[in-house]
Design a binder for this molecule. Sequence first.
Ligand code: NAD
Length: 491
Amino acid sequence: MELLKNYIGGKWLDSREAAFSSVVNPATQEILGRVPVGPGTSTDVDEAVKAAQVAFKEWSQIPVMQRVQPLYKLKQLIEDNLDDLANTITLECGKTKVESLGELQRAIENIEAACATPLLIQSEFSENIARGVDEFMIRQPLGVCACIAPFNFPGMIPFWFLPYAIACGNTFVLKPSEKVPLTMMKVFSLIEKIGLPAGVVSLVHGGKETVDALLDHPDIKAISFVGSTAIAKYVYSRGAANGKRVQAQGGAKNPVVILPDADLEVTSKVIADSVYGCAGQRCLAASTIISVGDEKGEIKDALYETAKQRTTGFGLLPDVEMGPVISRESKKRIESLIQQGIQEGGQVLLDGRNTQISGFEKGNFLRPTILENIPLNGELIKTEIFGPVMTLLSMKTVEDALAFINGNRYGNMACIFTTSGASARKFRSEANAGNIGVNIGVAAPMAQFPFSGWNESFFGDLHGQGRHAIEFFTQTKIVIERWPKEWSRKF
Ligand code: NAD
């Protein structure tokens, strides 16, 4: 069984930790590798940071146009190895091959956006702010930056940060989720070939102890975190208490409003893709669906029919539309949340529990589930399920829906489906969320825009991707200069 190595200072090294946990294929329970997890990984972190600090001295001085050249090579290598990378994502994470290819496309787009760093990093200059005095701003890199990633997008999320960080002149330490470390092992075997100096990027495996070592390390200047809200809050507080710049993206419970004038065929299909895509394990998965003015139950019927037709199975098989959830514990948790919804007074319109897939009997499969009539004062309505479960609510007006949405503790995404421009405009202006979809089910910002979560979906100021990434990974320096004429020799 493969014991995963770290990539530190340009070399593949064994971890200093002796304990390992298993990386498991969620469709079969087959063990795919063994990943170091434990306190010994803090020594790995220290070694990676030392290598990154040494590399920073030279890397930060290399002109930005040259710093982006390896990124062009990386884009090409990822494209050349797309199939292998997508298979790895599906094997360790469970999502379908199409979904794996989709997230790799988003990774590539972030590399492309980061290649614009020479332009994005340009700054401002004011001549003559006082007589004979000029003032300007320059952006300089921070030093060693670190990223802590979640399990649900093993191939994409590190790329919300890594290409921007290094293009800005920083060096970078990545800790992937211990549940899905294999994709980044493959990506780093490509990174090895793009001509980056040793120590510019490192890969360190581990779990909580590794995260704590990153948060406490005095020589790490910035932390980019993506994961659940409880851990995001923890990472934000501990990192900030240690004087670091932190951006921490958290969990979500995304509401979607359907008005009676929406195109039902398109709407039900797009919403099914959002709720059940990646088996509901997306921070931008639609979760609470609010039908407005659906007296005849037409919206409900359309949502039920599309959900029922979704095929569940092993993600590498053709025609499968939904894979397993990440772990047995996760499946159990989702099933117990469905039960909790029933206990709180909800009804199951479609029950995806107790799913068995022929040939994959050990897999963590659930089929699409729809719960309705969940009470608004219960716990489930506030809880992120992170599985293929739709909670269906019915309300009388858009104002009722907005009042409900704006009481949400999260704020990652809110969507509306309608053919009324005025209703859409009101919604996008008044909904309390950082990413808004209008007739869109997964309002995932493209690489050139920030991934803009609000409330308990994000802790910090500058988000991942685009211009925000350039600002996050640089510090501004203001220079005010006076060069009096009388000090100069006349030529
Ligand atoms: P998680 O919070 O369990 O883990 C994320 C990272 O934190 C992992 O690298 C893990 O090793 C580490 N970690 C876990 N427990 C820790 C602890 N006690 N102390 C320190 N570090 C710890 O999240 P997950 O289950 O991997 O991912 C799913 C969650 O991520 C969902 O809540 C989802 O909504 C969220 N997510 C958010 C976004 C976003 O953009 N807002 C994107 C993707 C996923």
